[in-house]
Design a protein around this ligand. Structure first.
Ligand SMILES: CC(C)(COP(=O)(O)OP(=O)(O)OC[C@H]1O[C@@H](n2cnc3c(N)ncnc32)[C@H](O)[C@@H]1OP(=O)(O)O)[C@@H](O)C(=O)NCCC(=O)NCCS
Length: 418
């Protein structure tokens, strides 16, 4: 690939800027430059934490001739869980920031091209990110693929139709939890697309690292585990009004392997003294809580931030997941950022596994790479994109066939930011 801004030479319009790796001694300034773009500052403990998951060969800084850091972006090396329990390499794009006085000059575009090229060179068929603002990343081929919801329920209204006992749920120490929770999470990944791999450093970051100044007014993290069933990670945010306790349970992650475990974990949360409300962001769109309670009107579900997915290698991506039905479909895929990757692909699925080959055959469905990313994990329905005018049906039954082909019994999920 050869794009402006992808080489070591200065980018047009940014003659004084060099994009390069960050030297070890520049790390602290780099971390603060990223945080400053978000209107914040990193404590020494937070800087150390960022260092623990930092991958020096995958992070870029944009430097002025005087050595000031005016832009940043990077990627983590993840494996993405796919429908059918397979996984594939995924660049977790992060740290995207440009100093205010250098914005709208193409710096992000130059860095993003490099990150995506690098992911491609490493053989990763996917890149993913959480967006601060949804309007930024479509131009780079990212589509919102993992919708999330935010559940809010009054604790005393969380009454299950079929009550369960919670005797087997145990609160465990964070350091001890890493192995058990990691094992349960690994099992969930084989059922639930969208979940990303987590290294030991990531587990430390998500479970163990918990300084008081990063809790945003809440108490320490609690980890409750149900052996062979799942776990929930949460905090109590205490609050008192006229001497009456009305705190909030803030759920950070709830992972369940079967319906009985889901019922036990929610029931356990509902037993949190001093709380009035339970808030659980990052829930998948098929979260069953509304169907489990006596009165679903009290379970308030709002849409949350989606995770964006970018397919870098269409044949590799389509061949990597499993499919619920056998089918043949021809897709005409347009990639505006990397036009040489556009093409028409024949997808032939047999026993749930796809063979994908470039073809000259007429396409059944035409769509952009952004739309293919949205549909790929089964979190967005082809019918919806057709109604939005975002896919072009060239054969009358193409959308219906895609609908059956790309569906998956569990909606994709991603609950931890990176
Ligand atoms: C978002 C940010 C990194 C963009 O950097 P930048 O160097 O100004 O981006 P570029 O000049 O390469 O612009 C790329 C394109 O994105 C568009 N764009 C940039 N920020 C945008 C936003 N917030 N919403 C919609 N479009 C945006 C630009 O208009 C430009 O469009 P064009 O290609 O049609 O001309 C920068 O504004 C920033 O640091 N913002 C604060 C931190 C932040 O939100 N980071 C993103 C975290 S996910």
């Amino acid at each position: 690939m050869n794009h402006p801004g992808t080489r070591d030479e200065p980018t047009s319009g940014l003659e004084d800027i060099h994009i390069r790796r960050v030297a070890d001694e520049e790390f602290d300034a780099y971390g603060q430059a990223i945080e400053a773009a978000f209107g914040s500052e990193l404590s020494p403990a937070r800087l150390e934490l960022e260092r623990s998951t930092y991958e020096p060969d995958r992070f870029l800084g944009a430097f002025t001739a005087q050595g000031e850091i005016v832009g940043s972006s990077g990627a983590f090396s993840f494996e993405l869980a796919l429908p059918g329990g397979t996984t594939a390499g995924c660049a977790g794009v992060t740290a995207v920031a440009v100093r205010q006085d250098h914005r709208r000059r193409g710096l992000l575009t130059a860095m993003m091209l490099r990150l995506l090229e690098q992911a491609d060179e490493r053989g990763e068929p996917f890149a993913a990110l959480w967006a601060s603002e949804g309007g930024i990343y479509g131009r780079y081929g990212f589509g919102p693929a993992i919708p999330t919801t935010r559940i809010e329920v009054a604790r005393d209204r969380l009454v299950l139709r079929d009550p369960v006992a919670t005797d087997e749920v145990r609160v465990i120490d964070a350091t001890a939890a890493v192995g058990l929770v990691g094992e349960l999470y690994g099992r969930a990944r084989s059922q639930r697309p969208g979940l990303l791999s987590r290294s030991a450093a990531w587990w430390h970051r998500l479970l163990v690292h918990d300084p008081a100044d990063e809790r945003d007014g809440a108490g320490p993290r609690t980890i409750a585990v149900l052996r062979d069933g799942g776990y929930v990670v949460y905090r109590l945010q205490p609050h008192w009004e006229r001497d009456v306790p009305c705190g909030t349970v803030r759920v950070e992650e709830l992972v369940s392997l079967h319906p009985q475990a889901t019922a036990q974990l929610w029931t356990f949360l509902a037993a949190t003294d001093l709380a009035v409300t339970i808030m659980a962001p990052g829930r998948p769109t098929d979260d069953p809580l509304r169907s489990m309670v006596v009165d679903p009107a009290h379970v308030h579900v709002r849409s949350g931030s989606p995770v964006y997915l970018r397919i870098l290698d269409v044949p590799a991506a389509l061949a990597a997941r499993h499919y619920p039905v056998d089918e043949r479909i021809v897709l005409d895929v347009t990639d505006r950022l990397f036009p040489e990757r556009s093409g028409t692909f024949e997808v032939v699925v047999s026993d749930g596994v796809a063979q994908v080959t470039p073809t000259d055959a007429d396409a059944d469905l035409a769509l952009g790479i952004e739309e293919l990313g949205m549909l790929y994990l089964g979190g967005v329905r082809p019918t919806m994109l057709r109604q939005a005018g975002r896919v072009e049906q060239r054969r009358s039954d193409a959308v219906a066939r895609c609908e059956r082909l790309l569906a998956w019994d569990q909606a994709p999920m991603q609950c931890s930011e990176f």
